[in-house]
Design a protein around this ligand. Structure first.
Ligand SMILES: [Zn+2]
Length: 166
């Protein structure tokens, strides 16, 4: 299988990214999203949580942190060329959501809305990822695993089979 950009991307128009936290889509997909927008492809983004708990700083409230992180995500995506109306947050509380029928339905709504040809998300089966300096491993964030699983289920079979969430 040829996984080159040309082979995977060229004949598709609508790209959809779903990640757990407001910084994830930039950390994992910024380069690809920039290239897609340069090539005039449509890009939409959904973030599952508001990111209210992703800090070790205890002087900031959850509301302030969520507001800051969401604003940073929107500003970064706009720099890459993503239209603000195509950036959404499902507003789940950080760490309190599950990969379940409800979340599958919330994600699936956007897959159908944007007629996604290709969906990018977290790899749900990865429990450990190597650190950037290759000196050890991170535990894959629980939120990433849960979102990745729900997105995979949303893509197939739930978004295809219209008897689910008609
Ligand atoms: Zn994350």
């Amino acid at each position: 299988m040829n996984n080159s950009y040309v082979n995977l991307i060229e004949n598709k128009n609508n790209f959809f990214f779903v990640t757990a936290h407001p910084d994830d889509v930039i950390v994992f997909f910024a380069g690809l999203i920039y290239k897609l927008r340069q090539d005039n492809k449509n890009v939409a983004v959904v973030t599952v949580t508001n990111g209210a708990r992703g800090s070790r700083e205890n002087k900031i409230t959850e509301e302030e942190l969520a507001k800051t992180r969401k604003a940073e995500e929107i500003n970064a995506l706009k720099v890459l060329g993503v239209k603000e109306e195509n950036i959404h947050c499902l507003e789940h509380n950080d760490g309190e959501f599950e990969s379940n029928y409800e979340l599958i339905g919330e994600i699936l709504k956007y897959i159908r809305k944007y007629k996604a040809d290709l969906v990018g998300t977290h790899e749900p089966s990865v429990n450990y990822t190597m650190t950037y300096d290759k000196s050890g491993y991170f535990v894959q964030h629980r939120g990433h695993r849960k979102v990745g699983e729900a997105v995979m289920d949303s893509v197939y079979p739930f978004s295809r089979d219209t008897s689910f969430f008609p």
